[in-house]
Every structure is written in structure tokens, then in C-alpha cells.
Ligand binder design. Sequence first.
Ligand code: ADP
Length: 370
Amino acid sequence: MADSSTPTHPGLRNVQRILAVSSCKGGVGKSTTSVNTALSLARYGLRVGLLDADVYGPSLPTLLRPASPQLFQNEEGLILPLEIHGMKVMSFGWIDPEQQRGPAILRGPMVSQVVSQLATRVEWGDLDYLVIDFPPGTGDIQLTLTQQLPIDAAVIVTTPQQLSFVDVVKGIQMFDTVNVPTVSVVENMSYFQCESCGEKMRIFGEGARKQLIEQFGFTHTMEMPLDPRLSAMSDAGTPMVLESPEDPVSQLYYELAERVHGEINRLQSEEAGIPTLSYNVGQNCELTYPDGRIIEINPFELRLACKCAECVHEFTGEQLVKAEDLDPDVYPEAITPVGRYAASVKWSDGKCASIYPYHYLEEKFSSPDA
Ligand code: ADP
């Protein structure tokens, strides 16, 4: 999981990534998106689990129909998930079949507790992805869940209604507060494609997608058509990507899965590669990588390696500040990260604020046999 500081929950020990699929309102197609995306990820050979955390209206028992929805526990007391179409699946609807007949009468704190237990007290085993179909909304329940579970990324599902832009922004902000990146916004039922002429009819008008791109520069958005076959297939228990894998609508789900997987990988490798520069008084500076690798740098050498315009000639590259010009006991008074690529150091000699790109420090100070 991305955040190694998160305590490991028993059922999630061997789960590599958790993807939340969320929406501000119910009925926008969150479960349809979750199940088709999860199946698309599985199609790429990834090991996938799907948790239906929508305790208000669990839909997985309708969308997927395992032969025997009976649950068992292992010797640790963890629930064993059901398996269907190569995925491990769990729904509140299978724990209490009564829930399939009507909305659960649960108050907020109970809901987050129930969902959190569903995620952590199920033995998910080795998974590349656990996809969680979140309860709809962006209130306390959802915020608590994002705090309790080590979620790596979110997909927000919306429809092109008037208020949806505000809703989507609310959703992105909710995940932002707990540092969970939103990797895609899916505008579902975005258009209806005319069978004969192929024209896309935008029955509900232009949605938030355009505004998200133009105002926020948020490019990871997707449009899904309003397609009656999607709901017919879901109702029959065979989601689109299983029933018609070659269909253009299925291809859109594969595209979404690819995008999500690519974006999470990119974020994780960036995250994994970012070191931290630190200084312990009286000792060396340390450039520490998340994998534990440390490059030690003598503070004086680091000061001498400053490449600001006062220290190095801008055009000729000539070293302007020589070792003999510097205080031999110079040390960093403050070190601050600059974006994801560099650290700035405020020196005790007060002469310059140096910015050191990490790759420059690595090239200059890592020993060749390290
Ligand atoms: P949510 O999880 O947000 O409550 P669902 O995925 O259960 O929403 O979808 C609500 C209803 O809309 C279901 O009957 C589903 O089959 C249907 N539906 C979802 N997406 C589409 C779509 N793109 N085109 C047509 N029907 C859809």
C-alpha cells in the first residue's frame, strides 16, 4: 500500500492498492462503474477484490450472482470472501440478506464502522486491487472511511445534471483532505448514442466534465453513454464487460481501468522515488529515500555545491565561491522541500538560499559502489 505508516489491518495485509469508487448521490451508476472497472482490471490479469460498501442499498448481490452466497470464517475469525468471475467479492447484502429488500436503518457512525469492518475483517488474501464501492455522499461517513482505510486513489462517478460540478469538486476535496488523489471523474449517462446515425445526444446537457477540464485543468475524465443494455445486463447478473467484452461500451471500461492503473502506478513510483533531505545538528546531512537508501553529505560540501547565481556564473559555469571563502562550520538552518524534485536550504552564513534538485545531489554525492 502507498502509505507505509498506515497500520496494517488483518484482512488487508496483502492488498497492494485500494481504489474507492465514490459519488455524491445515489443512483448515478457508481456500482455499475465499480463492477465493470473491477472486472476490467481482472481482465488484465490483476488479482482483484470488490467490496460493496454501499450498506444503504447493496447492489452486488444483483450485479454478480455467486453460486452459493454462503459465508465462512477462517481460524482467525476473518470472513472468507466469495469468488466469482476470478474476483473476490463481498457485500453487506450477503451478511444480512434482509438488506437486499430495503434500505438499512443505520446511523452515520454505525455505517462507517460496518463498512470499515467489512473491509478489514475479510481475508482478502493477495490482491493487486481492492475496489470499494463507497456509500454515496461526501459527508462524515465517507470522510471517516477515507481516514480509516488506507485508500490509494479514488474515482468519482457523477451524471451531467446542473449541480454536479459542485458535487464533483466536493468529492475531490473530500479525498484531498486525506491525501487521496482522484485519478478519474466518470460522467455516467453522459450521452445517448443514436444507433442509426451514431450521433451523441446529450439529453441532460453538458456536464461538469468540460468545466473540470477548463477551470481545474483536471484531465482525467471519462464519459460513459446512457445505454439501456448496461442496466438490462446488470439486472440479469452479467455486467457488460462479461456479457459483451468486444462492445464499444466495454472498451470504455477497459480504458477507464487502464487509466486508473496507469495513474496509480505513476503516482506510486513518483512517491517511492522522492527522497528527504535532513540535517542532524553537528552531523552530516542525509538524503534518505523511501526504500531506506541514505546518501550522507558533509554540510560544508553541500554548501560548496550550491549552484545559485552568486555561487556559480550563470553563463560560463565558473565556480565563483571557493572553499576558502566559506565558513568551515557552515550548517543548514532550515531545509524545505520544493515540489517533488528538490530541497531548498537556508544556510547559517545567510549568504544564499540554495535549491538542490534531488537528481543533482544523487549524481554528485552517491558513491559509485553504493
Ligand atoms: P449507484 O451505485 O450510483 O446507486 P447503480 O450503478 O446501481 O447506481 O445504477 C443505478 C441504475 O442505473 C441501475 O439500474 C443501473 O443498471 C442503471 N445504470 C447505471 N449506469 C447506466 C448507464 N450508463 N446507462 C444506463 N443505465 C445505467
